[in-house]
Structure formats: C-alpha cells, structure tokens
Design a protein around this ligand. Structure first.
Ligand code: FPP
Length: 267
C-alpha cells in the first residue's frame, strides 16, 4: 500500500489529502475528536524482530508519521500531538539519544514543506534545557514557516514531560505571587491551564498508543484528564492511517460523561 508520501507540490495545498485513493469512514457530524495524541511506540521491538537496530526502527517510523498526518487531515482532526522525545528519554543509551536528536531535526527539515503544503501548522511543546540547539532551531523554523496554516495543528512534543509542564506552570505562577502580581486566591484551574506550553490547544480527546502497551507515559498529563484511550496491538512502523481511522471509529462509540451521569434505564 502506498504510504501517501506524495511528491511535494504546493498546488496540492488546498485539495483534499488522499494519495492512497482510500477514504476514512463517514463519521457522524461532530463525532471526530478535535485533539488526538499519539504515542508512537514499538519501533525498537519492530526493528529487533528483524535483526535491525532500534534506531533503524525509528527511521522506519518517519513515513508512518506522515501517513498518519495525512489520514488525520482526511478525517477532519483539528489537532494532532505526537510524542517524539520525552524528558525521560534521556535515560536511553547515548547512541539512541544522539540518533533521536539528529532524527527529530532531520524529520522536521525534510518534511516541513510537505506539512506546510498540506496546511498543517507545526507547534513545539517541550523544555529548552538539554535539548540540542539544532533541534530547537528546526522546531522554531517549522513553526515560523507554517504559522499561517489552520487546517490542522501538529504539536511536536520534543523534550516534553507532562509533569514537567505542570511544574513549569506552577513555577511561573509562584513567580507572579512572589512578585505581588497575583494573590494565592487567584490560582484557579483556568489559570494553571493558561500557563501550559500551548495553552490555546484544546484538551486531548483521544490518546492512541501503538504496540500494545497500555499507559500514557507522562504525555499531556493535565490536558488528558478526560481523554479516551485506544491501545492498538500494532508496532509503530506497521501502523497506517487505517489504524488511525479504526481508533477514531472506536472513539465515536464511547460515552464521554466528564463526571456527569444520568439515568438510562434499559428495561
Ligand atoms: C513514549 O514512550 C515514546 C516516546 C516519548 C518517543 C519515542 C521516540 C520515537 C517514537 C521516535 C520519534 C519518531 C518520529 C517519527 C519523530 P516511552 O518509551 O518513553 O515510555 P515508556 O518507558 O513508558 O514505555
């Protein structure tokens, strides 16, 4: 099957994104999640099963990411977040960390024009300290080039940790309180949310994790408070946009109550 990696043609920008000739199912109006967060897990296992190195598995995941972005555009998802490097991933071997830094930089450089042509706005969420300067440069360049796009946000979470993001928010609030700009009584749920890295992106509606693992690994911890979760038993390099559509389908069948519950007698 084609991975949907079309040649970059800027005139394609406003046309429907569908290079596979396949379409997502017809979802009921308003039922597509506005914000989908994906944990691209299983690259290492996929590679090791084939006698390859973990880094070769990551490399195989690049085309999948682009295919899934195209599939999300087709389905009408407004915000897609992907976990590309966590604040905990520094614990991996120096070789893998070095590879992932260079890889993130290269993926952004290689794919930014294609994403731009698709109308995707790239945004970065994560911490600066420790992150390679060259990766920050590419993230900011992708953000700058795509700033005018509004078809879908691709939030790249690089050197990102959900609890670190909350700590950064709390620290900025504490600074305001210490400086007398804010009273402790002014610290509300809304204020804390307003200090998130990309506070204007709505909460996560749906997490998808590939590979069969069932956890969120500190990804968008606050924003995912009421998210639905779909765990698919497929390693990331084998994942396709059809798997994304399958997860969206599962999501549309979920009953989201956000703490409210009503009687629904069945007999
Ligand atoms: C989360 O699980 C996985 C990550 C934070 C990112 C891993 C890196 C990639 C998939 C490569 C990036 C790919 C592209 C295409 C840019 P974890 O393994 O950190 O969490 P766990 O220890 O709980 O399993």
């Amino acid at each position: 099957m084609s991975r949907g990696l079309a040649r970059h043609d800027p005139s394609e920008a406003l046309r429907p994104v569908d290079w596979t000739g396949e379409h997502p199912p017809e979802y009921a109006k308003g039922s597509v999640p506005a914000h989908v967060a994906i944990i691209m897990d299983g690259n290492g296992r996929w590679a090791n099963q084939r006698g390859l190195t973990r880094t070769q598995g990551h490399a195989a995941g690049e085309a999948v990411l682009l295919d899934v972005v195209a599939g999300a555009l087709q389905a009408g998802v407004r915000h897609l977040s992907v976990y590309a490097f966590s604040t905990e991933n520094w614990k991996r071997s120096p070789d893998e960390v070095r590879f992932l830094m260079g890889f993130n930089k290269d993926v952004l450089r290689r794919r930014r024009d294609q994403l731009d042509a698709w109308g995707v706005r790239v945004r970065w969420a994560g911490r600066r300290p420790r992150l390679w300067a060259s990766v920050i440069t590419e993230l900011e360049e992708a953000e700058r080039r795509t700033a005018g796009n509004d078809r879908m946000t691709l939030q790249m979470c690089v050197n990102y940790g959900g609890t670190m993001e909350i700590a950064d928010a709390v620290r900025s609030i504490a600074d305001d309180v210490a400086a007398g700009r804010l009273k402790p009584s002014g610290v509300t749920d809304r204020l804390v949310r307003s200090r998130m890295y990309n506070a204007d992106i709505p909460d996560v509606d749906l997490y998808i994790r590939s590979s069969g693992e069932q956890r969120i690994s500190n990804f968008l911890t606050l924003q995912g408070a009421y998210a639905e979760m779909v765990f698919l038993d497929r390693l990331w390099p084998d994942f396709t946009r059809q798997d994304l559509w399958r997860a969206l389908d599962v999501y549309t069948g979920r009953d989201r109550r956000f703490g409210g519950a009503v009687d629904a007698p069945t007999a």
